[in-house]
Design a protein around this ligand. Structure first.
Ligand code: C2E
Ligand code: CA
Ligand code: CA
Ligand code: CA
Length: 274
């Protein structure tokens, strides 16, 4: 029975399509990634427009597998998000970020939380407990969430954000403009920053529509007293257009790629010259 069982499994494996096999391997690999010491965080500077000084960093996860080399978070995060693995990974990311923050010279580190993490039971208590344990002030942690995380159960999300903000955490709405949220209904959420998605920044110099969208997002953000962080800034021309549009903060390869911790640390008080 054992033998035929294996045979059936093998047959099944062979008939599975490539996508399913890849997904399986990623799931298996991810479940061992922490124990195998394959994960790392890199940090990308967020720069204030005008004086171009570094005000904070976004922490981004890297997975360097022994078997297949580096795998992009754009590939493995969605797979982790579909299983419980996201909680384990997210917990590792948070612990690591808080550990770095203890001796970090920069103002804040911005950490990505997936919708599933944000919606977990008692998210507020969880974050607070981790910060207290690490002895990091809430003001130094920026929580990045996407529109997907907050619009499915808007009332509950609004309450969670309100409580986080009361405790002093910064809240940034990531990838803004790509989801369903209208500029109108983000008013009810306690936010500190809007991150304008890279696709709009990318289109700015080519299409008037993108530039117009960026200007209207900035305008809205200002009227709601929110910081605007433009993502994926790659060129001096974009920096110029964003100054005209009034964006207060910039992030992208034009300034720096995501950097390993020691390099990022050296940049914490850097200023970029235009
Ligand atoms: P995101 O949160 O929108 O992060 C920004 C992505 O844009 C990062 O890709 C970053 O390396 C990249 N980027 C920054 N500046 C530029 C630029 O000037 N040009 C271009 N072309 N790209 C730029 P990355 O690191 O591959 O991460 C991809 C996505 O994976 C992130 O998008 C985020 O959704 C997710 N992710 C990464 N780390 C974590 C994490 O720790 N937790 C969770 N839940 N998600 C994460
Ligand atoms: Ca982000
Ligand atoms: Ca983003
Ligand atoms: Ca994105």
């Amino acid at each position: 029975a054992k033998r035929s069982g294996r045979g059936v499994a093998r047959l099944f494996d062979e008939s599975m399509d490539e996508g399913v096999r890849v997904r399986r391997r990623i799931e298996t690999g991810l479940s061992q990634a922490i124990a195998r010491d394959e994960l790392a965080l890199v940090y990308q500077p967020i720069v204030a427009h005008g004086a171009f000084e570094v005000v904070g960093f976004e922490a981004l996860l890297r997975w360097n597998t022994r078997e297949y080399g580096p795998i992009s978070p754009a590939t493995f995060i969605p797979i982790a998000e579909e299983s419980n693995l996201i909680h384990e990974l997210g917990d590792w990311v948070l612990a690591q970020s808080l550990d770095v923050l203890k001796s970090w010279p920069g103002q804040y580190v911005s950490v990505n939380f997936s919708p599933r993490q944000f919606r977990r039971h008692n998210f507020v208590g969880y974050i607070m407990e981790r910060c207290q344990r690490a002895e990091v002030e809430p003001q130094r942690l920026q929580i990045e969430i996407t529109e997907t995380a907050i619009f499915d159960d808007a009332d509950r999300a609004a309450e969670t954000l309100y409580r986080l903000r009361q405790m002093g955490f910064r809240i940034a709405l990531d990838d803004f403009g790509t989801g369903y949220s209208s500029l109108y209904n983000i008013r009810k959420f306690a936010l500190d920053a809007l991150k304008i998605d890279r696709s709009f920044i990318d289109g700015m110099s080519r299409e008037k529509e993108s530039a117009a969208i960026v200007r209207s997002i900035v305008h809205l953000a200002q009227s709601l007293n929110l910081t605007v962080i433009a993502e994926g800034v790659e060129t001096a021309a974009q920096v110029d257009l964003l100054r005209v549009a009034g964006a207060s903060h910039l992030q992208g390869y034009h300034f720096a790629k995501p950097l390993a911790e020691p390099l990022a640390r050296d940049m914490a008080h850097a200023r970029f010259l235009e």
